[in-house]
Design a protein around this ligand. Sequence first.
Ligand code: ADP
Ligand code: MG
Length: 263
Amino acid sequence: MAEKKTRLAAVANEKGGVGKTALVINLGAALAKKGKRVLIVDMDPQHNAGSGLGVELDDDSISVYDLIADPESHNAADAVRATRWKGLELLPSHIDLSGAEVELVDKKGREERLKAAVSGLAKDYDVVLMDTPPSLSLLTVNVFAACREVLVPCQTQPYAFRALEDLFDTVAAVSEEINPDLRVSGLVATFYDRRTRVSRTIFERLKSDERYRNLLYDTVIRSNTTIADSSEAGKPVVFCRSTSNGARDFTALAEEFMQNAPL
Ligand SMILES: Nc1ncnc2c1ncn2[C@@H]1O[C@H](COP(=O)(O)OP(=O)(O)O)[C@@H](O)[C@H]1O
Ligand SMILES: [Mg+2]
């Protein structure tokens, strides 16, 4: 049988607070719970994914910043951290990552530093999920250069469509100039609350818009405070509150994600 390819997926939306990090942590955890080997790459200098997975870093920890700022001096495998859960590992971020854009401005191949850093690691995993900061920066471009697919959380709130248009433009530009393999592979409605008109309206518009409807996941992530609470506690919701709506939604999302594997 042919060897299965690692899924390399970015989670991106240039808007903040739409559920990117929650999706990375909890989809990753749900996949690990199903027996997949998952690496989460935290490319947001705010390192919320690392916190949400309960990984504490000390001064000696190597982060993804070290790998992209000074690749010659670091080995990517040394940066990978275990979590408390089997099959779920983390390539941690560091606040210094926020300066990488300026530091790398005149460096050759600056868009492909992350790709180089993870190229030796990816084969050990079934899925690599990469979290991105809430703005288009060199960090996001590095993630897009390293991935084959982009999963887009789409908050069922006003302005969601504007954010989607921006994201599609960015993906088109990166795929033209840097990474022809890149494509948006899915849209996931987040913070869904069927009791509110705005949630229902935005979701209906996503389902009927011909640009988006074929990409839209059937699974929606409902608004559920357990998701925020579990992130705060450093534990993915599928492991700490397995009967909550949040855990149910991310478990269903993981199943759909595996079914949507690109050929
Ligand atoms: N479906 C949800 N229901 C309730 N709270 C959520 C949900 N998804 C995310 N959150 C919380 O909302 C805040 C913003 O989400 P986050 O995933 O950090 O967004 P982003 O990474 O896009 O900025 C966080 O506190 C997070 O725990
Ligand atoms: Mg985030």
